[in-house]
Design a protein around this ligand. Structure first.
Ligand SMILES: O=C(O)CCC(=O)C(=O)O
Length: 321
């Protein structure tokens, strides 16, 4: 029995069936988001069962296969030695667009992260293939890459999409339920973890503060997943999105994707280009333009008040001054 869903019958707990997630109207989407947020807050993870159709997973698998075959195995005790990783999937595997923009996932990521930023952003896309014989990855937290105190608010939502079935034997991600509420313990007892076992096409969501790691692959077949993660819009992204998707590549993406990967302004005035919304870099021409403020409404209101208060004592700006 899958320990993650044993106490959460389908439809009532964190494990949701595909028909919950895909045929939902707004009220049902809202209820899925609330259920997922409750599980993420309590356990640090949740599995959404069968979130994409089998033929879409098969297409994604086919698109990834040549890249995984051509890429040498990882080097290092974190990335693994019998593991293959491939990034920049939006360019290499067009089916990954639908994973990144999945409305249920984006709604959960927004609800979780947007309260602490002006807009969320894509942190990375990465195929992770764990080969037979790979040992268990050391327990870690993805928020370790931002080395500073974090407080209560999540900074990252990770989504591991199962491209093959994920089983206890083939290296399903190990998760330490509730570990996000305490400090990281790299030597935590492996027996206190659970396996994120799930069928192909399902998605395991976990927050950046949860202790986890890829499991050991004791089977005869590779375990293949795609990680898509979202983070606060003011953080440095794990994967350099502007090298992965320079304007010549990103130009052909839908605008929602362009903005999610970072071609947008994070108010106030962060991430611009020549004082403009960087989406302008995707246009055909780059006319000279002024720097234009992109402020949050509260900062704009404070500046309005500041200049009203100071108006009698200050010289007003003159044209061109
Ligand atoms: O492949 C997995 O199951 C997890 C991988 C992981 O946690 C990582 O590389 O940060």
């Amino acid at each position: 029995m899958n320990p993650l869903v044993a106490n959460t019958p389908a439809g009532t707990g964190p494990c949701r069936r595909a028909d919950d997630a895909t045929s939902s109207g707004a009220p049902q989407l809202q209820s899925i988001v609330e259920t997922a947020l409750a599980a993420l807050g309590r356990d640090g993870f949740v599995i959404l069962d069968a979130l994409i159709d089998p033929q879409d997973v098969a297409r994604l698998d086919d698109e990834l296969a040549p890249w995984l075959a051509a890429t040498p195995r990882c080097v290092g005790d974190f990335y693994g030695w019998r593991t293959t990783r491939v990034g920049g999937l939006l360019d290499k595997a067009p089916s990954a667009h639908a994973l990144v923009l999945h409305p249920v996932i984006v709604a959960i990521a927004d609800a979780l992260l947007a309260p602490a930023c002006d807009c969320i952003q894509l942190n990375l896309t990465q195929a992770v293939q764990v080969h037979p014989g790979e040992r268990a990855q050391a327990p870690h937290r993805d928020e370790e890459m931002w080395p500073c105190p974090k407080g209560e608010t999540p900074w990252l939502l990770n989504v591991m999409w199962a491209v093959s079935d994920f089983t206890e034997a083939n290296g399903a991600t190990r998760l330490w339920p509730g570990s996000h509420r305490g400090a990281l313990d790299r030597e935590v007892d492996p027996h206190t973890s659970v396996a994120g076992a799930m069928a192909r096409g399902s998605a395991l969501l976990f927050i950046g503060a949860l202790t986890h790691g890829a499991g050991a692959n004791r089977s005869a077949h590779p375990r293949t997943g795609v990680i898509v993660s979202y983070c606060l819009g003011w953080l440095k992204q794990y994967e350099n999105q502007f090298l992965a998707y320079p304007p010549s590549v990103a130009r052909s993406f839908p605008e929602e994707l362009q903005r999610l990967i970072g071609y947008r302004m994070h108010r106030p005035n962060l991430g611009g280009w020549e004082g403009q919304d960087p989406i302008a870099a995707l246009g055909e021409t780059c006319a000279r333009a002024p720097h234009i403020d992109a402020l949050t409404p509260d900062i704009q209101a404070e500046l309005d008040a500041h200049y009203r208060v100071g108006a009698s004592a200050q010289t007003q700006p003159v044209d061109g001054g």
